[in-house]
Structures are given as structure tokens and as C-alpha cells.
Design a protein around this ligand. Sequence first.
Ligand code: NAD
Ligand code: TDX
Length: 329
Amino acid sequence: MGKNILITGGAGFIGSNFVRMVANESDIDKITILDKLTYAGNLDNLGNILENPKVHFIKGDIANEADARNAMSDVDWVVNFAAESHVDRSLDDSSDFMRTNIDGVRVMLEIARELEPERFLHISTDEVYGPVLSGSTDENTPLHPSSPYSASKAAADMICNAYFVSFDVPVIIARSANNYGPYQYPEKIIPRFVSLAMNDKNLPIYGDGKYIRDWLYVEDNCRALLLLLREGKVGEIYNIGATELHRNIEITGKLLQLLGKSDNSITYVKDRLGHDRRYCVDWKKIKNLGWQPSAKFDEKFARTVNWYKEKIVWLEQKSQEAEKFYGKE
Ligand code: NAD
Ligand code: TDX
């Protein structure tokens, strides 16, 4: 018998890529997606996967007990991607972040206590460690989140651990680096800048542009998450990174070059509040389970930029919505 898996946030960026990956796995019999379809959730991200008889979509809220219970019934594995995910929005209004990212996780854990799935994989982020000015953070590094977003994610990690220690909920926490790849909402730097560049608009670089992120290809992240479901140890935390450390200005230059646009559109704007200088996770622990990233950054970055260029209708529609948020700032 294969596994029944619940994927929350499956209509978002990483969640939809994960659904696409696990739909092809022979040891998975049924995939239930629970997604509230917020501004960031999009059924188009799933496309014809929704026609796969293994896949069942439920529109609902992880912070609503009835929705969570309904979605989790008869499930072996839970993967909780559902979250408010954009740092800039959390700086504008953090209420949905606290509700979904903290209380939503608490509700999911309470239902897991009752329904006893075999695995509860919670998706966290490298941002919980706060800025890492040199070296790297392993899983035992204390948490120093800087933004309301990362603080809400850090709180959720603590609550997950408490439910493992107190109630034996079989929690595994994954802390991933910045993902890039198809189907990301264009509020985030790569798809946002492709859209702006294609429309010959200015690209707003926050602060001095020397902020560093570790760029992990979304499919590599999804493979790591599947490995954690199969072979991760409950109660443990696993960092997932690629050690592809790039400055925002460098990423922007490459993107403009790939699109054949000039650097003149680069505009330095007011910095993000509490902007973390650099992230860098130590991912030896998951490497020891047999995972490593396979993506070559330049190749996958070019493929990603090209994917957005080709999906220009999708991108334009989503960008118009996303820019309304930036316009009101
Ligand atoms: P996303 O914003 O693209 O998607 C989030 C999805 O969750 C959307 O489909 C949305 O509709 C859904 N959702 C939001 N609130 C919900 C609720 N209350 N109930 C049910 N569904 C809800 O986010 P993403 O970039 O795919 O990130 C997924 C997860 O991975 C998040 O937990 C995020 O913190 C984490 N993460 C993301 C990155 C990254 O680079 N994107 C890196 C590390 C960790
Ligand atoms: O217009 C922009 N200009 C700019 O300079 C935008 C949107 C971003 N930036 C900078 C801020 C960051 O240093 O680019 C970098 C990346 O920004 P985002 O794309 O907003 O991602 P980030 O804040 O790094 O967070 C992402 O990775 C970690 C995800 O959104 C989080 O959900 C995840 O936890």
C-alpha cells in the first residue's frame, strides 16, 4: 500500500512544484491539497495535475479546525507549506502572518495529535536564524529572526518541537534557503524583476544591493523534502541549502543580460526595514542522508528567467496584482 499525503499550500510556489514531483512517485497513492487560495495561491500553478485521479483539491484554511480535520483524515504524511511568505508584506501588516504561520500550525498540530499521521513535515526557512555575516548556521544555532515573517516562522518551529516533545507528534522541520524556479509569485525578486525588465521599467534594488541569499533550485528542495518524509528522523531539524551565495545586484545583472536589457534600469531605493545581510545554512546533516543539490546555478537561473519570459501572460496578470501592493507602500 502506498501513502496518502496531505500537502497544505499546494497551490503556491514550492507546494505546486512539490505536488508535481510526488504525483509521479509510485509509493504515493493519494495526494490531498489543502489551500486557502490567498493572493499567492493559484490553481493555474497546478494545471492539468488536478486531472490526475490521485490528486484531490480542497479549498480551506489550515487555521480552521474543521478544514484541517477534514483534510487530514486517513492521511499518512502531512507536509505543511501553507504560509504567508513575503517579508515586505509582513512589514506592512503582520496579522495574517501570525494567524496562518503560528496559529495555523498550532491547529494542524492539534489535529495531528488526534489523527496520528506517521509524519508531519513542517516547512520552515533559513530566515529564522537571522543574518549570518560570516560562516554558516547549523541546526543548533539559536534563532534570531528579524522580520515579522521570520519571527512567525521561528515561533512555529518552537511550537512544532513542543508538540513533538510533549505529545509525540512525529514532526520533522525543514529549513530551506531561497528557492528559485517556475511558478513563483512575482512579488519576489526574480519573477518581479523579469516582469519589470520586460516592460522596460526600473528595477528597485533595496539599499546597496549587496545583500546575499543562498539560491536553491526548487526541484532540489522538493527532492530533499521527499527524502525527509521517507528517511528523516522525527523530532529533528534539517537545513536545506545549495551554498550558491549571490548578491542581489549580481542576480539582477545576470537577469538583465539574459533578457538583453541594459543596466540603466537598475534603481537603488530605500532599504527594506530589518533587512538581513546574508543567509547561509550548513546542510551537512541532510547531505549525510544522501541528498545534495544537482542544479548548476547559471544554467537553472537562465532556464528560470526564460520560463517567466515565456509565461508572459501569466506573469503580467500576476505582476499587476503584485505591483498594487508595492504601489501603496
Ligand atoms: P507562496 O506564498 O508561494 O504559497 C503559499 C501558499 O499557501 C499559497 O498557495 C496560499 O494560498 C497558501 N496559504 C496561505 N495561507 C493559508 C492558510 N491559512 N490555509 C491554507 N493555505 C494557505 O509560498 P512559497 O514560496 O511556496 O513558500 C512555501 C513555504 O515554504 C512557506 O512555508 C515558506 O515560509 C517556506 N519557504 C519558502 C522559501 C522560498 O524561497 N519561497 C524558502 C524557505 C522556506
Ligand atoms: O524588489 C525587490 N528588490 C530587492 O532588492 C525585492 C522584491 C527584493 N529585493 C531584495 C530583498 C532580498 O535581499 O532581494 C532579496 C530577495 O527578496 P525576496 O525575493 O523578497 O525574498 P527573501 O526576502 O529573501 O525571502 C524569500 O526566501 C526565504 C522568501 O520570500 C521567503 O518566504 C523565504 O523564507
